[in-house]
Design a protein around this ligand. Structure first.
Ligand code: KIV
Length: 247
């Protein structure tokens, strides 16, 4: 495990900040701002490629965007999502994870309690970030983005999955749309950092899709993000000013 991943493991209780990066300028700007972990998330399918969900994202898409991010030579740790159906078996997962690691990135992220796959990848020395709660790659089965952990059965299942992931060797776990008291409980229960998104304020860190943070897509603003910029409006306004110039 490299020193950036070792550092992330030590960020229990230390407000770790993670943002998504999809291309060279975004990676460069976030890295220069000091963001310590860049996630090439498959949310790029929606925010940069215009797909309705992440199930359309391919390995070629992830490689193309991860390469652009790596051209910024970030000091930050770079974690890349393994996309939909690219880790259905251990052989396929190993093949695809190695392809992504060969780009020089630091780790890959997989969704759900795919324990055999995680153990196989960790066994090959590939650092794995886990992802529990709402799993965007399961959106077709789930039928929507729903808060997870409201029922006792769902709570017990997520607790078991978090413990299983920890035992399988992940170095951190993203908790997406997990009800906040459960996210807090998990944060106390497991030894690796929890990184929340829409899961309250009591995780060890927070991850956001940068496009949501900077208001890049004004037509879509998730409830859990208060945008800190209005990049979308700035682009529209610059375009309008350009149109009305007489030169
Ligand atoms: O793809 C992504 O951006 C993610 C975050 C939502 C954690 O997985």
């Amino acid at each position: 495990m490299n020193s950036k991943i070792e550092w992330i493991k030590k960020q229990k209780g230390k407000s770790l900040r993670v943002l998504t990066a999809t291309d060279y300028p975004m990676a460069r700007l976030l890295d220069e701002a000091g963001i310590p972990v860049l996630l090439v998330g498959d949310s790029l399918g929606m925010v940069t490629l215009g797909y309705p969900d992440t199930t359309h994202v391919t390995m070629s898409d992830m490689i193309h965007h991860a390469q652009a991010v790596m051209r910024a030579q970030p000091h930050a740790a770079v974690v890349v999502d393994l996309p939909y159906q690219s880790y259905e078996t251990t052989d396929l997962a190993l093949f695809n994870a190695k392809k992504i690691m060969n780009l020089g990135v630091d780790a890959v992220k997989v969704e759900g309690a795919c324990l055999e796959v995680i153990r196989a990848l960790v066994g090959e020395g590939i650092p794995i970030m886990g992802h529990l709660g709402m799993l965007p790659q399961s959106i077709l089965k789930e039928g929507g983005y729903k808060i997870k952990g409201r029922s006792e059965i769902e709570r017990a299942q997520i607790v078991k999955e978090a413990l299983d992931l920890e035992k399988s060797g992940v170095f951190a776990i993203v908790l997406e749309l997990v009800i906040s008291d459960l996210a807090k409980e998990l944060t106390h229960l497991i030894s690796v950092p929890t990184i929340g998104i829409g899961s309250g304020n009591e995780c060890d860190g927070q991850v956001l899709v940068t496009h949501d943070l900077v208001g890049f897509s004004p037509w879509f603003q998730p409830k859990h993000v208060k945008p800190l910029a209005e990049v979308g409006h700035s682009i529209s306004s610059a375009a309008s000013s350009f149109l009305s110039r007489s030169d």
